[in-house]
Ligand binder design. Structure first.
Ligand SMILES: Nc1ncnc2c1ncn2[C@@H]1O[C@H](COP(=O)(O)OP(=O)(O)OP(=O)(O)O)[C@@H](O)[C@H]1O
Length: 447
């Protein structure tokens, strides 16, 4: 179960090392690799030998190196004064100026979007058979005092500084009502009990609704899922239903692709996205490795507008020609730095640049990452067009909430010194986390 962004803020002394550990570990990836080394998918046949061979190429790269300062990759020379390794907290600085741009071309019309998207050809209304994704939560929920239970500490909102760079940055919003997301999506936001957008949502949603590409640095649990799902669902609902251009009925042609590093994260995103898209007619399907592909193929055959996938399983589906990316209008990459840490860069590049996905500029791309190392900067430069950079929290070595003290102690005194610190801390009623290092003890405590 993920915790909210505000929980992380409130528990900053716990979240920093936890986040670092999560990001730093080279996780075992459960996604199965494509096994058809000699198979050339139909849509690649006839292309240059290089492209076809590349499509079959090995998919695992070594773990990526350390991060670089941000400034180098800022769009339009707008250097952000943040740099350094991992998220640890909060940035100074204000929000973006400017106004919300015009709606994305080709996405006009429509408010609620309940018309074109809630039924399939042949009269079968998807809503008839759609399981209620809220049912479990509603059954378990005991609302003692009638208050909204969002799990978010709204008091911490004002303490989360945000930086944006790029030109014509749409103004952030303070409420979901300020954005025209459509009735159906607004209903689901209410059912999710999201009262107020989180900082990343305040900025990212207007940026994406305006049709701009986005590079967002935000922590885990900051509400990224809604930040990229709301604009995608809203955009799909507002656009005319496209004519299916699949080569065969067995090839699924999603309109949006959300790439995520692991099966667990994909499942979580899928569950959230299903809630947001409930009864809109927008179907969300998930595909990940380490599980039988048959069920996933069946789900894809039933239709898909939003595909949530891990890179390995998606490559497999593409090579089998069971998915085509030719209709993709929205591409979101979640936890991109983690995907690179896990060696997915060749697969991601193949998916984004080497298959049939529309070019950057023709699709809308949102790249989310907790850190902004040079590999992510390169990816942003390659995948995004005229993008806006958004940083929620500070990329740096420590947060404003943490005091660092370094005490040099003899090896033989370390234990007793540490015990003294812990007792003193207990007596003072303060909370803290103690980190051991060779030769000295480092004591971190909250201010
Ligand atoms: N505006 C909001 N109001 C109330 N709760 C919210 C809001 N946005 C997100 N949440 C909840 O906060 C939790 C964390 O959000 P979410 O899962 O989107 O974070 P995330 O940044 O995507 O994390 P991860 O990196 O793990 O995917 C979820 O339980 C989500 O339902």
């Amino acid at each position: 179960m993920r915790s909210s962004w505000a929980d992380s803020v409130a528990n900053a002394e716990e979240s920093a090392p936890a986040t670092a550990a999560a990001n730093g570990s080279v996780a075992t990836h459960s996604t199965s690799r494509p096994t058809r080394s000699s198979y050339v998918p139909p849509h690649l046949r006839g292309r240059s030998a290089g492209a076809a061979v590349e499509a079959q190429a090995g998919l695992v790269a070594p773990a990526q190196g350390g991060p670089l300062p941000l400034a180098a990759a800022q769009p339009s020379g707008q250097g952000a004064a943040v740099g350094g390794p991992r998220w640890a907290g909060i940035v100074n600085g204000g929000g973006g100026g400017g106004s919300i741009g015009a709606p994305r071309q080709g996405h006009g019309g429509g408010g609620g979007g309940r018309g074109a998207w809630n039924s399939r050809p042949g009269g079968w209304d998807r809503r008839d058979r759609e399981p209620d994704p809220f049912a479990k939560a509603e059954a378990e929920e005991i609302d003692f005092d009638g208050q909204e239970n969002t799990g978010i500490n709204f008091d911490a909102y004002e303490d989360i500084p945000v930086e944006t760079s790029g030109h014509d940055v749409p103004a952030p919003v303070n409420t979901f009502a300020e954005i025209d997301l459509g009735d159906a999506l607004n209903d689901n936001i209410r059912r999710c009990k999201y009262v107020k957008p989180t900082p990343v949502q305040r900025y990212a949603i207007p940026i994406s609704i305006a049709g701009r590409d986005l590079m967002a640095c935000a922590q885990t649990g900051s509400g990224k899922t809604a930040a990229f799902c709301f604009p995608i669902i809203s955009g799909i609902l507002k656009s005319p239903k496209p004519h299916q251009r699949s080569r065969s009925t067995r090839t699924a042609c999603p309109l949006a692709l959300i790439l995520s590093p692991t099966r667990e994260l994909s499942v979580q995103i899928h569950e959230e996205a299903r809630k947001f898209a409930y009864q809109t007619g927008v179907r969300v399907v998930v595909a990940y490795g380490g599980a039988p592909i048959t069920n996933q193929l069946r789900e894809l055959e039933r239709g898909v507008e939003i595909l949530v996938a891990t890179p390995g399983r998606l490559m497999d589906l593409l090579e089998r020609a069971r998915v085509s990316l030719q209709m993709i209008k929205y591409l979101a990459l979640d936890e991109a730095d983690r995907m690179l840490d896990m060696g997915f860069e060749p697969q991601i590049r193949k998916i984004v640049e080497g298959m049939d996905m529309p070019q950057r500029g023709e699709r809308q791309t949102m790249l989310f990452s907790a850190t902004f190392p040079k590999e992510i900067q390169r990816m942003a430069a390659d995948f995004l067009a005229d993008y806006i950079f958004l940083a929620v929290g500070r990329v740096g070595s420590s947060t404003d909430l943490i005091v660092q003290r370094v005490e040099f102690v003899l090896d033989s005194d370390k234990r007793s010194y540490l015990m003294d610190l812990l007792h003193a801390q207990k007596a003072n009623g303060t909370h803290g986390k103690v980190l051991y290092f060779s030769g000295f003890v480092m004591f971190l405590s909250r201010t």
